[in-house]
Design a protein around this ligand. Sequence first.
Ligand SMILES: *Cc1c(COP(=O)(O)O)cnc(C)c1O
Length: 368
Amino acid sequence: MVKNKNIIKISTPIIDSNEISAVTEVLKSGILSQGSKVKEFEKKFSNFCKTKFAIATSSGTTALHTSLHSIGIKRDDEVITTSFTFVATSNSIIMQGAKPIFADIEEDTFNIDPVSIESKITDKTIAILPVDLYGQICNFKKIKEIANKYGLLILEDACQAIGAESNGKKAGTFGDMGVFSFYATKNITTGEGGMIITNNPLYAKKTQRFINHGQKNKYEYVDFGYNYRMTEIQAAIGIEQLNKIKKITNKRIENAEYLTNKLKDIEGIQAPKILKGSTHVFHQYTIKVANFKITRDELFHYLRKRGIYCGIYYPKPLNLYKFYKKFGYKKGDFPVAEKISKQVLSLPIHPLVSKKDLDYIIKTIKEI
Ligand SMILES: *Cc1c(COP(=O)(O)O)cnc(C)c1O
């Protein structure tokens, strides 16, 4: 077994004295909720994404649930999403009483396949919920064409893609609303937390009410709602994290490029594909292991034993989980996602992974 200090973790939050003093300041102020920090974070976030509105929430999941409500998703509506994502994406559809309709993915980007989306449309379909998986924006040119053709709304799950760009436009701005997560492993974090962005004033108003018990003003309950608010402490951390985002993203990209250069000639290992005009922010650096000397699972254990904590995102597409059987899914429904889930392996590239660590990862794979 390797000693703890030699482990290269798959993710580490980048926290320094700025976050610590920002939190201390909030604690000393005595205002822990619904104060100026959340408003400041929202303002800075909407400036960053260049959208009219940004509304902070308690998590990415509550942000997804809220935005589905805000665009008008109701019981028995159908929302098309990818089968190859974290379960929060599809659970949020169920939270709104609607039905998650899965689509298959593209082999090279792992993102939702527009052709598969179109094949799943029925007269109950209201929206498409694509995920910018691992930090690369989906093919929104095609997705928007489909949405326009059938009159569907788009909600972008950009939880893994903060700061990513496609032709100069930021992740989260490609649909009617966009959603982010600040969970501890995400590129920037508030521990738990989320954000919703939109340019639509009606959606923004509905969002503000839904996360605050349907209140228009204090004790003026105009609608149903939840308490999905972000705290002042989270927002204070978020402001400092947003100040660092350029540095964090650049370091991730630099580490990813370094790995790709060294891995690209190894037979059976495929480095992540970056689309033209796209800035991939590498929430995960995910290789495909196919026809390599050993299987993906063997490589996972081999690296882990040597202190390289890689990850498998995700071991199965959602349609293969027992819970989703009741929605009528079975094995073989999404052949690409099912195949890819057996090939993907994410390697550590977060900003605290050093050149030495990267060389060690490369050497360890090459010696096989
Ligand atoms: C992290 C994540 C979420 C959920 O965010 P939480 O903040 O953990 O609730 C949703 N969708 C995707 C794709 C994610 O990666």
